[in-house]
Design a protein around this ligand. Structure first.
Ligand SMILES: CC(=O)SCCNC(=O)CCNC(=O)[C@H](O)C(C)(C)COP(=O)(O)OP(=O)(O)OC[C@H]1O[C@@H](n2cnc3c(N)ncnc32)[C@H](O)[C@@H]1OP(=O)(O)O
Ligand SMILES: CC(C)C(=O)C(=O)O
Length: 516
C-alpha cells in the first residue's frame, strides 16, 4: 500500500498480557530475564507490565526500564490520570519509553462495563492521550474491543486520539471474535477513512479464542498494519494472544506476500520459548508451530526420503534459523568456569555477580556428577529453578527418602529446613510422589488444592532431568511451582515446596494478582 512504512514493529506483551494467564505470574527477576532475552532477540517494544496494577508490577517495569536499553519499554494504563502518571514514573529510567493507554470502544463495553456514553469515552481518551504525551513522547492508544466496535465510532475516536498526540493506534480484537478477511478489511477501511491516519502507525493485538489470532494479525499486516502485538508461545489471557514466533516466521518465510522488514533475530526464538515455558510452567505442546518438539521432526518414510534427497521437499524453514540445534553435549563434569559462563551467556543468561556464577557452577558440577550428558536445557533449568533468597529462608528440601515395593503403599520421609529449623515428616501415599507431597504437607500445612501436576523430561535418556510443574490453588489464588532434578520424586518435592512458598508470599501481598 502506497505511503506505508516498510518496517514492521514487533511489540511483545508476554510480560503484560502473557502474565494475565492464570498461574503464569512471574517474579521481578524472572521478568527481567525474559526482557533481556527479548532485547537480545531485537524485539522493538517490550510491554513490561501495567504499572498501576500493583507495586510488584511497578517495580518490575522500573527494573526492566533501567536494565534494558535497546528495546522501547512500555507500560499499559487505563485512560485514568493516576494510571498514566504511574506508567510515566515506572518508565523514568528508560532509554526509550512508551505509555500505552486504552479505553473500550464497543457498545457492549461502553454501556455495561464503563457505564459511559460514547461522547464521554472520546473525551476521556483524548484527555488520557494528552496527559500521556505530556509525560512521554511515544504514546500508544488502544480501542479495547475494537473487533466488536462500530466503524464510524472507531474512525471518530481514532482521529481525535491522533490529534491529541498518539503516534501508535492499536486495534485489539480483545475477545478473539474477528475473522481474517474481515479483520484485514477493517484495518484497510480505517487507514483509508481516517483523515490523519498517515500520522500514526496502526497496530493490532489479537486474541486466540477461535484459534485465529495469528491469521487475523497477518491479514492485518497485509492490509497495512505496521505493528503487531504478540507473545512468546502465544501466552495470554484466556486462549492467549498471537504467538510472536508464528507471526515473525510467517512474515519472514513469505516475503513475497508481506513485503515488510522485521528486525527480529530469529535464532533466539527457541531459547526464548524454552525460557518462558520453564518460568511460567506452561509446557509447549509438541506439535506447536516453530517451537514444538516435533516442529521439524519427520516421522514417515516418504517424508524422510524426501528430506534426505532435498530438505526443502518437506521443510519451509530451517530449524537452525529459529534456534533449534541438535541436542549436542555442550559441557560435562570436566568443564571449567570460563566455558560454563560463556555457554550460559550464549543461552541469554549473564551472571550478575561472581557469587551467582560460583553457586550456579557448583550446582552444574553436582548435576554433571549424576548425569553423563549436560544439554543446553539442563543449563537453562539450573538458572530457572535456582531457589531465590526468600525461598531459601522459608523452605529448603534437605533430604528425601522413599521406599516402594510392589503391592505395598510407598512411604516417604522428607526433611525440610523451615525458617532455619530442620523438620522431619513421614507419610504413605498412592505412589512415591503422592507420599512425598503428603509428608511435605504435614509440615507446611498449606491447605491448598492441587490443580495440576505435570512432568516434562527436559532432555532425552533415562538419566534426563525431569521438570515438574505443580499448580496450587487457595482462596482463588493460583500459583505454579516448578522443580527439576534427575530424580522425578525430588523434582516433585522441590516443585511443591516452591509453589507453597509462592502461595505464602502472595498471601502476604495486598493485590489479588500474584506478583512475587
Ligand atoms: C483487555 C485487557 O487485557 S485490559 C488489561 C487487564 N489488566 C488488568 O486488569 C491488570 C490487573 N488489574 C488490576 O490490578 C486492577 O483491576 C486495577 C488495579 C487495574 C483496578 O482495580 P480497581 O480499582 O479495584 O478496579 P476494578 O478492577 O474492580 O474495576 C475496573 C474499573 O476500571 C474501569 N475501567 C476499565 N477500563 C478502563 C479504562 N480503560 N479507562 C478507564 N477506566 C477503566 C472500570 O469501568 C472499573 O471502574 P469502576 O470501579 O468505576 O466500576
Ligand atoms: C488493552 C488491550 C491492548 C488489550 O490487551 C486487549 O484489548 O486485549
Amino acid at each position: 500500500m502506497a505511503g506505508l512504512p516498510n518496517d514492521l514493529v514487533i511489540f511483545d506483551t508476554t510480560l503484560r498480557d502473557g502474565e494475565q494467564s492464570p498461574g503464569a505470574s512471574m517474579t521481578k527477576d524472572e521478568k527481567l530475564r525474559i526482557a533481556l532475552m527479548l532485547e537480545k532477540m531485537k524485539v522493538d517494544v517490550i510491554e513490561a507490565g501495567f504499572a498501576a496494577a500493583s507495586d510488584g508490577d511497578f517495580d518490575a517495569i522500573s527494573q526492566i526500564a533501567e536494565k534494558v536499553k535497546d528495546s522501547t519499554i512500555c507500560s499499559l494504563s487505563r485512560a485514568l490520570e493516576n494510571d498514566i502518571k504511574k506508567a510515566g514514573q515506572s518508565l523514568a529510567k528508560a532509554n526509550r519509553a512508551r505509555i500505552h493507554t486504552f479505553i473500550a470502544t464497543s457498545p457492549i463495553h461502553m454501556e455495561y462495563k464503563l457505564r459511559m456514553t460514547p461522547d464521554q469515552v472520546v473525551e476521556q481518551a483524548v484527555n488520557a492521550v494528552k496527559l500521556a504525551r505530556n509525560l512521554c513522547n511515544d504514546v500508544e492508544f488502544s480501542c479495547e474491543d475494537a473487533g466488536r466496535s462500530e466503524i464510524d465510532f472507531l474512525c471518530r475516536i481514532i482521529e481525535q486520539a491522533i490529534k491529541a498526540g498518539a503516534g501508535t493506534i492499536n486495534i485489539p480484537d480483545t475477545v478473539g471474535y474477528a475473522i481474517p478477511s474481515q479483520f484485514g478489511s477493517l484495518i484497510e477501511t480505517l487507514l483509508n477513512r481516517i483523515p490523519n491516519a498517515d500520522k500514526a502507525i496502526f497496530s493490532v493485538h489479537c486474541h486466540n479464542d477461535l484459534g485465529l489470532a495469528v491469521a487475523n494479525s497477518l491479514s492485518a499486516v497485509a492490509a497495512g498494519a505496521r505493528q503487531v502485538e504478540c507473545t512468546i508461545n502465544g501466552l495470554g489471557e484466556r486462549a492467549g494472544n498471537a504467538a510472536l514466533e508464528e507471526i515473525v516466521m510467517g512474515i519472514k518465510t513469505r516475503p513475497d506476500f508481506f513485503n515488510v522488514n522485521c528486525n527480529i533475530n530469529t535464532e533466539i526464538i527457541v531459547p526464548a520459548s524454552r525460557l518462558v515455558s520453564s518460568i511460567t510452567g506452561f509446557p509447549v505442546q509438541p506439535n506447536k508451530a516453530i517451537v514444538g518438539a516435533n516442529a521439524f521432526a519427520h516421522e514417515s518414510g516418504i517424508h524422510q526420503d524426501g528430506i534426505l534427497k532435498h530438505r526443502e521437499t518437506y521443510e519451509i524453514m530451517r530449524a537452525e534459523d529459529v534456534g533449534w540445534h541438535a541436542n549436542k553435549m555442550v559441557l560435562g563434569k570436566h568443564s571449567g568456569r570460563n566455558a560454563f559462563k560463556s555457554r550460559m551467556e550464549e543461552l541469554g543468561h549473564n551472571f550478575s555477580s561472581n557469587d551467582e556464577l560460583n553457586d550456579t557452577f557448583k550446582a552444574f558440577k553436582t548435576l554433571a556428577d549424576r548425569k553423563h550428558e549436560i544439554f543446553d536445557e539442563d543449563l537453562q533449568a539450573l538458572i530457572t529453578h535456582a531457589p531465590d533468597e526468600e525461598e531459601v529462608e522459608q523452605f529448603q528440601l534437605t533430604d528425601l527418602m522413599c521406599s516402594t515395593k510392589m503391592g505395598e503403599d510407598p512411604t516417604s520421609t522428607v526433611e525440610i529446613l523451615m525458617n532455619g529449623e530442620t523438620k522431619l515428616a513421614k507419610a504413605t501415599g498412592d505412589g512415591a510422589v503422592d507420599a512425598s507431597i503428603r509428608a511435605i504437607e504435614k509440615l507446611v500445612k498449606s491447605g491448598a488444592t492441587l490443580q495440576l501436576y505435570s512432568v516434562n523430561a527436559i532432555t532425552t535418556g533415562t538419566d534426563a532431568q525431569g521438570e515438574v510443574t505443580v499448580r496450587l490453588e487457595k482462596q482463588g489464588r493460583i500459583v505454579n511451582g516448578i522443580g527439576s532434578d534427575t530424580d522425578i520424586i525430588v523434582a516433585s518435592a522441590k516443585a511443591y515446596l516452591k509453589a507453597v512458598s509462592l502461595l505464602i508470599n502472595s498471601q502476604q501481598k495486598p493485590h489479588p494478582q500474584i506478583n512475587v
